[in-house]
Ligand binder design. Structure first.
Ligand code: HXC
Length: 259
């Protein structure tokens, strides 16, 4: 395991790796170094067949307060243009294994955008979500104007992006941002349990399922259905599909190998 400073990594024996944002002194602000470590950790997890699902979390009281404003203050337009951060965001975006975000407390700006990169979000009842960039005279820069509207619709997305107002966990659940709400002390456990349930499935089926759901943002219904059909057929050529069906018929648990 690499020696990270801004994140910590912990893996269990059920295929789950927890990546924890770890800059408590700066409310887990996403400085470039943290994003680089996150991208590196995901790249390592991508190459490790023992990892089936990732959980990204902060602490019991806070997920992340956004991009590092103190770092951002040093960057003019040219520096931002040459910036490495979009490359790190690209690595995060292109990670193909399932990701669950376990979110307590403030989840703001780039922190919220990071949480929206996850496939499933479990929120503690103390979670607060917001895109407060407008208060700084800027706008979201890691997909906030694009992903939020696709999740919650125009009116709420506009309200959050234009006013900078936060929403709470209940509102996030109602708006489809969170899949589930739990007590803050249970958020991580709940996310890990879900991740374990996911990690034991066929990695090939998981990868295709994730890819197809995300593709639905980009395609027409007909194109999406076509891609789904082809993937469905492709899976019939895998050992995992035979194993899954045999296990069901033999009334036993499947043992997927990723073949
Ligand atoms: C750098 C931050 C920070 C941030 C907090 N801190 N947020 N440092 N970048 N985003 C630091 C504070 O300066 C302070 O350090 C310490 O963390 C504690 O913060 P406080 O403000 O004292 O805490 P509190 O009163 O509890 O208020 C919490 C808060 C507030 C509501 C979350 O910190 C806040 O509004 N933060 C900024 C949120 C924001 O605007 N996010 C969007 C950023 S722009 P010191 O040293 O003073 O103790 C963005 C663009 C994304 O995300 C672009 C793509 C990536």
């Amino acid at each position: 395991m690499r020696d990270y400073s801004d994140i910590t990594i912990e893996s269990d024996d059920k295929g789950v790796r927890v990546i924890r944002l770890n800059r408590p002194e700066a409310h887990n602000a996403l400085r470039t170094h943290l994003l680089a470590e996150l991208a590196d950790a995901l790249s390592a997890a991508q190459q490790n067949d023992a990892i089936g699902c990732i959980v990204i979390t902060g602490s019991e009281t806070l997920f992340a307060a956004g991009a590092d404003i103190k770092e951002m203050a040093q960057l003019d337009a040219v520096a931002l243009w040459k910036d490495q951060r979009p490359l790190h965001w690209k690595s995060i975006r292109e990670f193909t294994k399932p990701v669950v975000a376990a979110v307590n407390g403030y989840c703001l700006g780039g922190g919220f955008e990071l949480a929206m990169h996850a496939d499933i979000l479990i929120a503690g009842s103390n979670a607060q979500f917001g895109q407060p960039e407008i208060n700084l005279g800027i706008i979201p820069g890691a997909g906030g104007t694009q992903r939020l509207v696709r999740t919650v619709g125009k009116s709420l997305a506009m309200k959050m992006v234009l006013s900078g107002e936060f929403i709470n966990a209940q509102q996030a659940l109602a708006a489809g941002i969170a899949a589930e709400i739990t007590q803050p002390e249970n958020t991580l456990r709940c996310a890990i349990q879900l991740a374990q349930k996911i990690a034991c499935k066929s990695p090939i089926a998981l990868r295709l399922a994730k890819e197809l759901v995300l593709k639905s943002y980009e395609t027409t219904l007909e194109q999406g259905l076509d891609a789904e059909r082809k993937s469905f057929v492709f899976l019939a050529a895998t050992d995992d599909r035979n194993e899954g069906i045999s296990a069901f018929l033999e009334k036993r648990e499947p043992r997927f190998t990723g073949q």
